[in-house]
Ligand binder design. Structure first.
Ligand code: IPM
Ligand code: MN
Length: 354
């Protein structure tokens, strides 16, 4: 198979982890006889430094011309405490999502057995958890009108029916291939946009009579996720609630460093770790590259339909964990046989097992 992949490492540890993710794609291509070509482009803080823009036109052109995008992270500490900064790295990420029509963000939460004890949740509550989040990614308060006066500010939380319907269909389709259970999360007891959300989910559910639908309010869902993660199978929710709940859910998988995501919709798919740029550990060879590696696995599966290749990558990660190799974020002092490795070294262990 011939494919063109754009690598967009972005900021902070995005650079280090994406290097490993790309090597995994190269190894897969060599092993299975595929011809992958690569290009690289700038986004976020590094793009602002180089061009003044968080998403330069050149990057967007390259994105549209590629078959899939392996993405790192955006963000830089220098903007976080400067509420008045006009140009911010995150604007590049949001513009990319909008321009590429990436309305569905899939965040699978799968716990590798070896990491049961590295979560702060009790192993007996966690064991067997397997959740697939569908976070809506191009609507909501993220993209609604923003207003600012001298002494007030507002962000419009807005959803259109078509936006809810298209993410709902993706989630229902996925539910049909899994446990035929779908949880929709909203705040319909307070928000009008959530009442529209719920109404559309109920309408779409008529086309999927086999799927059992459960509606939960976001506050209750946040509580249940820790209390009883096995109750969750496929979850569909809006952009802001999805942002928050999936960070919480990452603790089920042991660490943010383990979680991959796929953003898909109208054009090229983007595959990225859910963790951010983590400037505190940047350049120290400490970052866990597994989220990027697992993002590469999602890319192979979803954008290229290469199921066996994708499974090969996931199995390599599993074997590395079984062999006792860990990065700092998933280390557990109660398991003495563990060997702590750096980003590059654990990447090599993964590559050896593909
Ligand atoms: C994510 C991130 C982004 C978001 C930030 C960096 C804008 O937290 O992808 O979850 O809020 O969507
Ligand atoms: Mn987030």
């Amino acid at each position: 198979m011939k494919k063109h992949i754009l690598v967009v490492p972005g900021d902070g540890i995005g650079q280090e982890v994406t290097r490993v993710g790309k090597k995994v794609l190269e190894k897969i291509a060599a092993k299975y006889g595929h011809e992958f070509t690569y290009d690289e482009a700038l986004i976020g803080h590094v793009a602002i430094e180089a061009t003044g823009e968080p998403l330069p036109d050149e990057t967007l052109i390259k994105m549209r011309a590629s078959d899939a995008i392996l993405f790192g992270a955006v963000g830089h500490a220098k903007y976080d405490n400067d509420p008045n900064a006009k140009v911010r790295p995150e604007q590049g990420l949001l513009k990319m999502r909008k321009e590429l029509g990436l309305f569905a963000n899939l965040r699978p939460i799968k716990l590798f057995d070896e990491l049961l004890s590295s979560s702060s949740i009790k192993p007996e509550i966690l064991k067997g958890s397997d959740i697939l989040f569908f976070r809506e990614l191009t609507g909501d308060v993220y993209f609604g009108e923003k207003k600012r006066t001298a002494d007030s500010a507002s962000d419009l939380m807005i959803y259109h029916k078509y936006e809810v319907e298209r993410i709902a269909r993706k989630a229902f389709d996925a539910a049909m291939t899994r446990g035929k259970k779908l949880m929709s999360v909203d705040k319909a007891n307070v928000l009008e946009s959530s009442r529209l959300w719920r109404e559309v989910i109920q309408e779409v559910s008529k086309d999927y009579p086999e799927v059992t639908v459960e509606h939960q309010f976001i506050d209750a869902a946040a509580m249940l996720l820790i209390k009883d993660p096995k109750r969750f199978d496929v979850v569909v929710l809006g952009n802001l609630f999805g942002d928050i709940l999936t960070d919480e859910a990452s603790q089920i998988a042991g660490s943010m460093g383990m979680l991959a995501s796929a953003s898909v919709g109208e054009s090229t798919g983007v595959y990225e770790p859910i963790h951010g740029s983590a400037h505190d550990i940047t350049g120290k060879n400490l970052a866990n590259p597994m989220a990027s590696v697992l993002s590469a696995a999602l890319l192979l599966d979803i954008s290229f339909g290469l199921k066996a290749e994708s499974r090969d990558v996931i199995s390599a990660v599993d074997q590395v964990l079984k062999a006792g190799f860990r990065t700092g974020d998933i280390a557990d002092e109660n398991t003495p046989k563990e060997k702590i490795l750096g980003t590059v070294e654990i990447g090599e262990e993964i590559l050896k097992r593909i």
